[in-house]
Write a protein that binds this ligand. Structure first.
Ligand SMILES: NC(=O)c1ccc[n+]([C@@H]2O[C@H](COP(=O)([O-])OP(=O)(O)OC[C@H]3O[C@@H](n4cnc5c(N)ncnc54)[C@H](O)[C@@H]3O)[C@@H](O)[C@H]2O)c1
Length: 284
């Protein structure tokens, strides 16, 4: 059981704010819920939680969880960071704004970022609730990635306790730098993995609607082969057959650009993040 902390959730009625609050409400931590929009406020109170005003919530908090949209983080931190307690932690849930240097800083307030990994496709799920929890934070165990700009063990413990609580159940918390977290998310998992997920669906729709294959047949073979593709491709469970390797080579040459690995360069990361944050360019 971790030490009891005072935690403020800003944006408590949003998508992540609700998830985070649902989990924090099940802990012994002292939690303050802050939300500005009427619809969000209604969601907080409908969940049986009392709203706090931002000023008193952040003044007391050991850690402030900013579950507001990335585009609002510059303005929200400019307002709230000056009101935070000395030695407290400002935790964002995505690295983009922190990496782009958009967050208001203070020498005695520590910046941290934590992102859920989401439950692994290779997780040994045991219950219907675990099977249903593809996002994580409800029943299926997941890892989380965290970055904190401090070597102080007590600060790291505070961040880890909070991350384990908000994304529960958590198996491991992996520590990286804020830049490495930005290289993982968006580049590795949104630019590559999520894009391929969407591409798989587009290909499926082509098979059904353009080629006229019965939908049940197309979905069935796609879902099974997607598991084989990921198990063989990511874990080497079985070798791909010789004929499959020829078809894969045709796919790579036809679909993938030769220079695609440029997405891992710093200048491309900056371009990607500038687009996501609606900025002309990243200035750090
Ligand atoms: N949605 C996801 O799947 C997901 C996953 C991981 C991380 N994140 C990150 O979580 C953060 C929140 O994203 P989201 O998708 O939950 O956003 P959202 O738009 O669903 O919710 C944001 C909430 O913040 C509230 N808000 C805005 N300004 C506020 C202020 N000044 N004070 C109090 N409340 C305020 C809004 O009213 C809204 O309820 C972002 O940093 C995002 O990148 C989101």
């Amino acid at each position: 059981m971790s030490e009891k902390h005072t935690i403020a959730v800003i944006g408590a009625g949003g998508k992540m704010g609700t998830r985070v609050s649902d989990n924090l409400a099940q802990t012994d931590h002292d939690v303050r819920y802050v939300e500005t929009s009427p619809a969000g406020q209604e969601r907080v109170t409908a969940a049986g939680r009392a709203l706090s005003d931002a000023a008193s919530a952040v003044a007391d908090a050991d850690i402030v969880v900013l579950a507001v949209p990335d585009l609002a983080l510059a303005a929200v931190t400019a307002d709230l960071v000056p009101q935070m307690k000395s030695g407290s932690v400002c935790l964002t849930l995505d690295p983009a704004a922190a990496y782009a240097g958009l967050l208001a800083e203070r020498d005695d307030v520590i910046q941290a970022v934590a992102h859920p990994c989401h439950p692994s496709i290779f997780l040994q799920r045991e219950t219907p609730e675990q099977w249903a929890d593809t996002f994580g934070g409800i029943a299926a165990p997941q890892d989380a990635i965290a970055a904190v700009e401090s070597d102080d063990p007590a600060t790291k413990t505070l961040v880890e306790d909070t991350v384990r609580a908000i994304y529960a159940p958590v198996i491991d918390v992996h520590w990286v730098t804020i830049k490495q977290l930005a290289q993982l998310e968006p580049t590795l998992v949104e630019t590559v993995a999520c894009m391929i997920g969407e591409l798989l669906n587009e290909a499926l729709q082509e098979a059904i609607h353009t080629m006229g294959v019965p939908e049940a047949a197309a979905r069935s073979i796609m879902y099974g082969h997607t598991q084989v593709a990921l198990a063989n491709g990511l874990r080497g469970d079985n070798p791909f057959s010789d004929a499959c390797l020829i078809a894969m080579k045709y796919g790579r040459e036809t679909i993938v650009k030769d220079d695609w690995k440029k997405i891992f360069r710093d200048d491309e990361l900056d371009k990607n993040l500038a687009n996501m944050l609606h900025l002309e360019k990243i200035e750090r």
